[in-house]
Design a protein around this ligand. Structure first.
Ligand code: NAD
Length: 304
């Protein structure tokens, strides 16, 4: 089977068009637009770029977005006050707190304070717990995007061996949970009925003999933040590889002085694969569009 590139950029554009159509229909029936709040603390350049991309994506589909920009000197208590205000603000359907936060603020404390019904990043303990238990939940954006990408390319996960490299709370753990669920978990509006039911192995920095494990995988999801981690000798012929990594590496030939690469040695791994995501243009755009889908989900729950 020839290799197919999983074009997250195109799929995300398709989903944005579908969302725009749905939101146009809602507007024509007299409904207000959904509204997303985006809290950003400080001016971390990568965070500023992510927030700008999210604001632009909202505008494109007709979701109202409000940026709440806060000083990096803000105390944890003051930030918790902002979170409480957003929880109580009935004009806001969902909101996110852009990570990372400055080191003097405890991220877990802040995330835990978000009302899970407005938690469109799906990072609160309530949404994670609900996901684990198979209850309706807002699923965190990157795992939701990965599931959607697999679904749109008709790549089944049932009975397949999925190896996840990375055990973070935002990617590794939730994507493992999602893909091992029985498919009845699928969420309203989610075209994921054939997904789930995978046999999942989670690997991390202390895993021994990672190549021996990845070579048994039908699907490898790499979220380690380690350029070139997944090499050709770790992948069996016909595998599907999802590269979540976003790493900046110096590139004097690029006008920006750097370029973005994933965690996969793409050039040598791609020829072995049936399916593989590029970086950029694979998982990244799917993450942003998942945030839009989650916002619409929160809006529907809010107004119903
Ligand atoms: P993280 O940085 O919190 O943790 C990395 C994980 O990888 C850890 O669990 C660690 O044990 C594991 N790991 C690191 N080196 C390893 C190695 N050599 N072998 C095996 N395991 C190893 O993870 P994160 O926040 O999930 O981010 C991972 C990467 O994904 C980063 O590059 C990040 O920028 C990117 N990311 C991309 C998106 C997207 O939308 N595409 C979203 C979130 C994160």
């Amino acid at each position: 089977m020839p290799m197919t590139l999983l074009d997250g950029k195109q799929i995300a554009a398709d989903i944005r068009a579908e969302l725009r159509q749905e939101l146009d229909t809602l507007r024509l029936s007299g409904r207000r637009a959904p509204k997303l709040g985006i809290v950003i603390v400080g001016e971390n350049p990568a965070s500023v770029t992510y927030v700008n991309n999210k604001m632009r994506a909202c505008a494109e589909v007709g979701i109202e977005a409000e940026r709440i920009a806060l000083s990096d000197q803000i105390s944890e208590q003051e930030l918790l006050e902002v979170v409480r205000r957003l929880n109580d603000d009935s004009s806001i359907d969902g909101f996110i707190v852009q990570l990372p936060l400055p080191s003097h603020i405890n991220e877990a404390t802040v995330l835990s304070a978000i009302d899970y019904r407005k938690d469109v990043d799906g990072l609160t303990p309530a949404n994670v717990g609900r996901t684990v238990q198979g209850q309706p939940a807002i699923v965190s954006a990157t795992p939701r995007g990965i599931r959607e990408l697999l679904s749109r390319y008709h790549i089944p996960t049932a009975g397949k061996h999925v190896v996840v490299i990375g055990r973070s709370n935002i990617v590794g753990k939730p994507v493992a949970m999602l893909l091992m669920q029985r498919p009845y978990l699928s969420l309203p509006g989610m075209s994921a009925a054939s997904l789930g039911d995978a046999t999942v192995t989670i690997c991390h920095s202390r895993t021994q003999d990672l190549p021996a494990i990845t070579r048994t995988a039908d699907i490898i999801i790499v979220a380690a933040g380690c350029p070139g981690l997944l090499t050709a000798d770790m992948v069996r012929q016909g595998a599907t590889v999802i590269d979540v990594g976003i790493n900046r590496i110096d590139d004097p030939d690029s006008p920006r002085g750097y370029r973005l690469v994933g965690d996969v040695d793409f050039q040598n791994v791609a020829p072995l694969c049936n399916y593989i995501t590029p970086v950029p243009g694979g998982v990244g755009p799917m993450t942003i569009v998942s945030l839009l889908q989650n916002t619409l989900q929160a809006y529907k729950n809010h107004i119903s």
